[in-house]
Design a protein around this ligand. Structure first.
Ligand code: FES
Length: 120
């Protein structure tokens, strides 16, 4: 039987926008809160590869599919790179960029009157 979910206030939208990311602890779980454009995402701060604090990694873009000798870069600020071994995750889905079966654990985020809430 799973425990009931509740909504926990984690930060103000404006604080997240100015800080870039916020790492906080809710119900004993460390979670990184990110904004990508006008959307918000929460990922458990534990890499599925080796349990690194993945949410402390660099937020960046990635190489896009392109022709031989053509190197296109894009998706700036949508990719999270793990600080230990460089695995890269899509911040909007939590999925590893290469192995779609590997995924960060995520939580729903709700917004009300400038306040972000985590649902756990
Ligand atoms: S612990 Fe994250 S890539 Fe190895």
């Amino acid at each position: 039987m799973s425990s009931p979910t509740a909504r926990y206030p984690v930060c103000k939208v404006e604080d997240l926008k100015s800080e870039g990311r916020i790492i906080t602890t809710v119900k004993g779980v460390e979670v990184g809160i990110f904004s990508v454009g006008d959307r918000y995402y929460a990922w458990r701060n534990m890499c599925p590869h080796g349990a690194a604090p993945v949410c402390e990694g660099v937020v960046c873009g990635t190489r896009l599919p392109s022709l031989v000798y053509e190197y296109k870069y894009g998706r700036e600020q949508e990719i999270l790179r793990c600080p230990w071994h460089g695995w890269e995750f899509d911040l909007t889905t939590g999925r590893h960029l290469v192995d779609q079966d590997v995924k960060l654990r995520g939580y729903p985020v709700e917004v009300a009157e400038g306040q972000l809430y985590l649902v756990m």
